[in-house]
Design a binder for this molecule. Sequence first.
Ligand SMILES: [Fe+2]
Length: 307
Amino acid sequence: MGFGNGIMRIGRVELRVLDLEKSVEYYTKVIGMEETGRSDGRVYLKAWDEYDHHSLILKQADHPGLDHFAFKVKNDVVLKDLEKKVEQFGCTTSRISYGTRLAEGQAVHFVLPTGHHVELYYEVERLGTKTGSLNPHPWPLDAHGIAPHRLDHVLLTGDDLKTVTRFFMEVLGFRQSEKITTVDGEELIGSFLFTTNKAHDLAFIKGPDSKLHHVAFYVESIHDVYKAADILTMYNVPTEVTPTRHGITQGQTIYFFDPSGNRNEAFASGYITYEDFPTITWTEDKIGQGIFYHRRELIESFVKALT
Ligand SMILES: [Fe+2]
């Protein structure tokens, strides 16, 4: 856990997909996740280095995008405390009952000021990592595809970034690692937030409410980002941005699309943060460099393709 707010990490993302079987094939073969269960029309998956039952849920739908994402909290005390704080902020909460999701207990659901659906939970079955926890090897010999260690972060779009940032910082106890503002500093057009010691656990950029920009999976190094690029070409997966570095977070990255058009990222490195990390500011005139450090300009699809 980062710093006493009791929120350990982004634990899961549920994506809407247009063709469930084609998507399962993509997330298992190309991304290299493992299917851990099926229930109620949903498929549950985890990455090899994750020990909880799942971090990705796929659900068939007639339009792609983010159904919801969820944070794993420390225990029931934290869950109840945060539930109260979310209510006090003015967001209506509801309880997702035990067993609604495969291998999970209760969750608290609410909707962000940006329209995204979020849940908090703490009970989930543990399957263990693929390499185990006794004298483990560094990676599994039968890893395939991009084989990320884990789910890393989501980037979402929304209109009122000041309010959603205030919500995460004041109500849920997140910190802000970076922000993008207009040159005069008046408007917030990007906000990068963390609850662990990562550079970001989630981020928002200015845009339409309720939309997903991308879901990112963590790989170890720039070499793994290049290997991901090779694998994407081998499988003929549409790649949006070939390997480069972010100015923001300083991580290495490649962007590509799942079969439904949901953007994925393989993300490596990035600096680490502490509770007292001083927020970095990027001004709008340098946003190209902030996002794509080498190219120094945005590409049109990166701004427009949302699900
Ligand atoms: Fe990202």
